[in-house]
Each structure stands twice: as structure tokens, then as C-alpha cells.
Design a protein around this ligand. Structure first.
Ligand SMILES: [Zn+2]
Length: 487
């Protein structure tokens, strides 16, 4: 596809905005946990309306007016286990979350940014109701950085630490329902300069930045945790912002399609309009609203500036890069698994658990097995570190065979509250002791005496595994058969 279009010739300009939720304990401006609610239903709901008012220039922003004229109802689901009065905008924000600030500064350092001496929390006007206050709190923690890529330097304009918005539950022309548990989770936002050369390059840049964020070990995982907004324009075209690309793989396709869309409008003698569009899963985009007239920011008067000393910045350690990690893991788990695991969302868990359990088994579980579960439609986001730890523990103790891991995890996805002991019992996969295995092999010998006489190991092994697969490690079975055949 990209062969058809000469991106340099058409004046392709592209910059990215990457958002990533941080896996820290608390929200950015209150002590509520930085995760989704565990409640089945909201504790209560709140109803609100939004109004567009003139800004400091006396004019009403075109995008704000567009949203206002829709006259929508805004309904908020409030969950008591993850929301307090701060999310409801009934109480001023508390002090900024130090853990999140530390991670954000770490990322800014890795992106070669300058770090301001004072961090100022600002209010960014948000017009779609996804923030109860009508603005999002955001703070620049780094600026004027860069990353190296295969097509030259790409400048990083800013690194911001922000509040995540509320999550959409339902939306139509008349109303929007949001859930407030997501609101206020610390979010890192990285904006690049329009230095990206072509659609494939955009994917490379997003991937590089994603790996830097993940190397802190503080990136949340799951669908929607990372979102890419793409800013794109071409000569005689218009600047278009494409929101919410969730999959890295989709970036080149979305950009190609947008360029083609603009080229077609230009060919008809018309001029594309500056607008915000939203990415769909098929790589196409859809009109969302006119492009907002630039970001309007006000200082957040409830939070004093935070002084950052040079000594403090210097004391922040830079985590090991993922490339260097992959090299280190390669020696233990082989190149292929090492490369997969550093790109995996489960890198942090791998590092934790491979210190205690067989590293190859742990790596294979977090790559091959989880991929297969996901493909089969299991919701692997239900699995916690504890689930994995317990499962590995049972394998290590010889209570279950490593072949049973997949079955156990499947059951845990369906019922995360169930104990692993209970699952093992229900599946009937408790490992057999040697005597039981010997008995099964003796039965095979009785049934097929010629296999024993001719010492046909593979055939016997095949018969035995028909019965024992998933219950006993194949290695143990092989050893017992060999012993019996005096091999
Ligand atoms: Zn709160």
C-alpha cells in the first residue's frame, strides 16, 4: 500500500500523542485506588447538563458549542470503592500522587527531555462531559526531548502527567453515561513533533515510546490502556486529529486511509476541513467534531507549584532498557521467548515470578499460553499475579503437571474467585504418584504384549499419554517406561 503513495512528495506531516495509564497505587489527586471498580453495580448515579460559555476572548469555542447544541444529558455512575468527592468535583483535589510523578519524571528522562524546575498543574478544558469538572488536570513534566529511530530523530514536544477521563458506558445523540471509577487514574501523555516520515514510521515511533513507558514496570495492561492519537496533514489538505487508535498494528492503515481520503477531496477540487475524527477497528475513521481551536489552559489554583530540585532529578534512576533486558533473558529462556516477553504486557510479572519458578515455564505461560487463551475468547484480564503465582507453585511442588496450566487458567478466567485447589479437584488433574503411573503402563503392556517385547518406546509412550496427557509431565512417564523396558 505505502508503495503507491510518495509521502515526501505529498507533504505528509504527522505527530503522535500517546496516552498510557500508569499502574500506581492511587489516583492522581486523591487516595482512591487507581483501578476499575470491583462492584457489580454503581453505588449511585449523578445527572448533569453541560453549558458552553465564552472564554477569555469573549468567543465561544466552535467545538464546545457543537457539543452544547447537542443538548445531551450526562449521567455518571459512581462506585464507592474507587470514587470519592474529588471525582464528583465536590471537593478540591488533594496533593499530587508522588509515585505517579516519579514515574512520569523517569519517562521524561528516558525521552531526553528538559525537566522544569517547577511543575504547574493546569486545567485543560474538556467539552465532552468525560470530566465532571469540565476540565482535565494536567502537568508538563518534560519538554524538548527526542528519541532515535530508524528514520532519524523524532522530537518529543511534551511529556505530561494527567488525569484519566471517565469511561464511556453508553452514548447516543440524547445522552451519555460515564463511569467515574476511571476518572483520575494517573495517565502519561507524550506528544511528538510532526517529524514522522510515513505511516510505518509512525508505528515504529509509537512502539518505541510504548517500550520506554513499559520499561518503568508501571504501565497498566489490557485493552484501552494505551491510546494513540494521530495528527496528520498533507499539502493542500487540512490538519486532522484522529483519536483513539488502540492497536499499534492499526496505525499505518489508519494514516494511509486518511491520506487517501484527503487526496480524493483535493482531486475533486475541494479543500478538506480541519476536524477531529475517531478511528474504527477496520482502519477507517469517522467524523467526530470540528477541530478544537487549540487547547485552552488555566492554572489549577487548588494546587501550588511543585518544586523539582536538580539533585532530585539526578537521583531518579533510569530503568534498564528493554533491549538490554532481552539480551539478559536470552541466556536463560532463549532468544525467541526473550524477545516476546519484553514486548509483553506481562514483563513485570515475568521478572517477579521467574526469580522463584522455572523461567522458561513462566515465560511460556505469559506468551504462548496467554495468547492462545485470548484467541479462544477468554478474558485474561481477570487473571491476577496471585493466580499465576499459585499455579506455578502447584507445578513446582509436583501437585499438577505443567501441561495443566492452560486448563487451570481457563477456569480462573471464567471464575477468578474460585480457589485453585477447587479447580484442580473439579478438573481431576491432580498429578499421579509413580505407582499409579506404573500401574497404567503395566496395563498397556498387558493389552499390547508385543510392544513390550519389541521395546517400542514411542508407541508405548503414545498409548500412555492418551491416558495421562494433562495429568502428568511427559518426562516422568518417559522415564518410567524406559526403566521398565531397561532402555
Ligand atoms: Zn477519589
Amino acid at each position: 500500500m505505502s508503495g503507491e503513495i510518495d509521502y515526501q512528495k505529498i507533504g505528509f506531516k504527522c505527530g503522535l500523542e500517546i496516552h498510557n495509564r500508569l499502574a500506581v497505587k492511587h489516583k492522581l489527586f486523591c487516595k482512591c485506588p487507581a483501578r476499575f471498580s470491583k462492584q457489580e453495580k454503581p453505588s449511585f448515579t449523578v445527572f448533569r447538563k453541560l453549558r458552553a460559555v465564552p472564554g477569555e476572548t469573549g468567543e465561544i469555542d466552535v467545538a464546545a458549542e457543537f457539543e452544547f447544541l447537542r443538548d445531551r444529558d450526562y449521567i455518571y455512575y459512581v462506585y464507592e470503592d474507587t470514587c470519592c468527592l474529588v471525582e464528583l468535583d465536590e471537593e478540591p483535589p488533594h496533593e499530587i500522587n508522588k509515585e505517579a510523578l516519579f514515574v512520569a519524571l523517569q519517562i521524561a528522562k528516558m525521552l531526553n527531555c528538559e525537566i522544569p524546575e517547577e511543575i504547574h498543574v493546569m486545567r485543560k478544558i474538556i467539552i465532552d462531559g468525560s470530566n465532571t469538572s469540565g476540565f482535565q488536570r494536567t502537568a508538563i513534566v518534560g519538554l524538548n526531548g527526542y528519541i532515535e529511530t530508524s528514520k532519524g530523530k523524532v522530537r518529543i514536544n511534551t511529556v505530561c502527567l494527567e488525569e484519566e477521563s471517565a469511561g464511556i458506558v453508553e452514548k447516543n445523540e440524547k445522552k451519555v453515561i460515564y463511569r467515574l471509577d476511571r476518572l483520575g487514574i494517573p495517565l502519561i501523555e507524550i506528544s511528538t513533533a510532526p517529524d514522522i516520515k510515513d505511516p510505518e514510521h509512525a508505528k515504529e515511533v509509537a512502539e518505541k515510546i510504548g517500550m520506554i513507558i513499559r520499561s518503568t514496570g508501571k504501565s497498566q495492561r489490557g485493552i484501552g490502556v494505551t491510546r494513540q492519537d494521530l495528527n496528520v496533514s498533507i499539502t493542500h489538505g487540512a490538519r486532522v486529529e484522529i483519536k483513539g487508535v488502540q492497536e499499534l498494528e492499526l496505525i499505518p492503515k489508519v494514516l494511509e486511509n486518511e491520506v487517501k481520503r484527503q487526496l480524493e477531496i483535493i482531486k475533486k477540487g475541494e479543500k478538506p476541513k480541519p476536524e477531529t475524527r475517531v478511528a474504527k477497528e477496520n482502519g477507517l475513521t469517522e467524523f467526530m467534531r470540528p477541530l478544537s481551536g487549540g487547547e485552552r489552559m488555566y492554572p489549577e489554583t487548588d494546587i501550588p507549584p511543585i518544586k523539582i530540585s536538580k539533585e532530585f532529578i539526578e537521583s531518579i534512576p533510569i530503568p534498564e532498557t528493554l533491549e538490554s533486558k532481552a539480551k539478559r533473558f536470552e541466556k536463560v529462556i532463549g532468544k525467541e521467548l526473550a524477545e516476546q516477553i519484553v514486548k509483553s504486557e506481562y514483563l513485570h510479572e515475568f521478572e517477579q515470578l521467574s526469580a522463584k519458578f522455572n523461567p522458561k515455564l513462566v515465560a511460556r505461560t505469559f506468551t504462548v499460553i496467554l495468547k492462545s487463551l485470548k484467541r479462544d475468547g477468554y478474558d485474561i484480564s481477570k487473571l491476577s499475579t496471585k493466580h499465576f503465582e499459585k499455579t506455578f507453585e502447584f507445578v513446582e511442588k509436583g501437585i499438577i503437571a505443567k501441561e495443566s496450566i492452560e486448563e487451570i487458567l481457563k477456569k480462573l478466567c471464567e471464575n477468578p474467585e474460585k480457589s485453585i485447589e477447587k479447580i484442580i479437584e473439579e478438573l481431576g488433574i491432580k498429578s499421579m504418584d509413580e505407582k499409579e503411573i506404573e500401574k497404567i503402563i503395566d496395563e498397556i503392556f498387558e493389552k499390547y504384549p508385543y510392544l513390550k517385547e519389541q521395546k517400542r518406546f514411542s508407541a508405548i509412550m503414545g498409548e500412555a499419554m492418551k491416558i495421562l496427557r494433562g495429568k502428568v509431565d511427559g518426562k516422568i512417564v518417559a522415564e518410567i517406561i524406559k526403566k521398565k523396558l531397561c532402555l
